[in-house]
Design a protein around this ligand. Structure first.
Ligand code: FES
Ligand SMILES: [Fe+2]
Length: 430
């Protein structure tokens, strides 16, 4: 249906298609239904967003073991991520330099050489070609193995997260993240430990999942239990410059139920971090919730307009209870189980509503509606980041969005945060 109404060219790479997004918040609308449901839009988005942005591809802990190879899909491309013999993080396109064969088809551990299964060319973990069986029995003039190393891909980490970027022109990850590393520095997240991980298939577009995470407008109706610990009136902005949308619940409350707060909190947090929940949607595909006692990473991998894999990983502070844990391991202490159960209840409610959203956007496909200025400014910010990536010819020209302009806080949240984050106290002099 949508296909028939859309012109043959890619209208979404022109600014005009984004008029409702480019409008000021008070006049802004949501995205065109094609952005959620159309195959051609999805292919453009894969190329212009996922193959050009810093995309979260997992956790730094996943490649921490020597010789570990992690295989990930980024847009339409497959990459291998590893740590080389010198301890440096590396990523490569997952294809042999002989005749292009896929090198690795799933995460695995090798002794130090990546071997192509076809003719056994071998590559060191830093990408150097070191083995070409029988190839030089008949000399080939000018052939030099040094010319045929694996093709590198940009890769970097921040905190517990692993990122890759397929475009050389995109600004570095530190620019992409803006003030986020400083904003979350007090938690020392790079030292937190993985406790459990699981992947859930969701029948909805990846943007619906992120948008739903970014707004608490739906809290009272979709999550009556969550609204008891993360009260609507305790939400504030948590937003500086950077390719992310952030909010905080301050304080998180344990008056009605405390299973969300059952785990022991990290020691020595500052007063704001110690009483808050931080909720960050890092563009494009990772949602990071940080509480005093645990964090939840939700990584979104789109496979089709209406299908997304969501990988949920729990982290606990390094000074938390020492259980066996590990990637994918079940953790069985009651406090952790209560926390995880609570989150999965909340997440199940979110999945139901975003799948319903997907059905309406696909089968109803009505024109986009107005965004609520009180609650949906993060969506406006997110939609504008998306529009930038979709319309820019060169990612070198990307402007990372600024933080809140002065005087907008009342409109965007519940007024002044009673225990503002340290970084905002520095800015406002509180
Ligand atoms: S294609 Fe890899 S060794 Fe031939
Ligand atoms: Fe929700």
């Amino acid at each position: 249906m949508l296909d028939e109404r859309l012109p043959a060219v890619e209208p979404w790479i022109s600014d005009g298609w984004w008029a409702g997004t480019r409008a000021a918040l008070e006049a802004a609308t949501g995205l065109h239904p094609a952005a959620y449901a159309d195959d051609r839009y999805h292919r453009s988005e894969r190329r212009r967003v996922f193959e050009r942005a810093w995309v979260c591809v997992g956790l730094a802990a996943e490649v921490a073991t020597p010789g570990r190879l992690v295989v990930r899909q980024v847009g339409s491309r497959s990459i291998i991520i590893t740590i080389d013999g010198d301890g440096d993080l590396r990523a490569f396109f997952n294809a042999c330099r002989h005749r292009g064969t896929e090198l690795v088809d799933e995460d695995c551990t090798v002794a130090g050489t990546i071997r192509c299964p076809y003719h056994r060319w071998g590559y060191r973990l830093d990408g150097r070609l070191v083995a070409t069986p029988f190839f030089e029995e008949v000399p080939r003039p000018g052939f030099d193995r040094a010319d045929y190393g694996l093709v590198p891909v940009r890769v970097d980490t921040w905190g517990p997260l692993l990122f890759a970027c397929l475009d050389e022109a995109t600004p570095p990850l530190t620019t992409w993240l803006g003030d986020l590393p400083q904003r979350l520095a007090g938690y020392g997240l790079d030292r937190w430990r993985v406790r459990a991980s699981q992947t859930v298939p969701i029948r909805a577009n990846w943007k619906l999942i992120s948008e739903n995470y970014q707004e608490y407008y739906h809290l009272r109706w979709v999550h009556p239990e969550l609204a008891k610990v993360s009260r609507v009136d305790d939400h504030y902005r948590f937003q500086g410059p950077g390719m992310y949308c952030g909010q905080t619940t301050t304080p998180v409350s344990d008056e009605d139920r405390d299973d969300w707060l059952a785990l022991p909190a990290k020691a020595d947090l500052d007063p704001s971090d110690a009483c808050s929940g931080r909720f960050l949607a890092i563009f494009p595909n990772v949602l990071l919730s940080v509480l005093p006692s645990h964090a939840l990473v939700m990584r979104l991998d789109p496979s089709a307009p209406g299908h997304t894999s969501e990988t949920c990983t729990f982290l606990v502070p390094e000074d938390g209870p020492q259980l066996d844990g590990g990637l994918g391991a079940e953790a069985d202490d009651p406090a952790f189980t209560a926390t995880r159960t609570f989150w999965f209840e909340v997440n199940g409610q979110d999945i139901d509503i975003v799948e319903r959203g997907q059905r309406g956007l696909t089968a109803g496909a009505v024109p986009p509606g107005p965004l609520a200025p009180r609650f949906e400014e993060p969506l406006h910010r997110f939609h504008n980041m998306l529009a930038d990536c979709m319309t820019l010819d060169r990612m070198a020209d990307l402007t990372v969005p600024a933080g809140d302009p002065p005087g907008t806080v009342d409109r965007l949240g519940g007024g002044d945060n009673p225990v503002p984050p340290a970084i905002d106290r520095l800015v406002t002099g509180q």
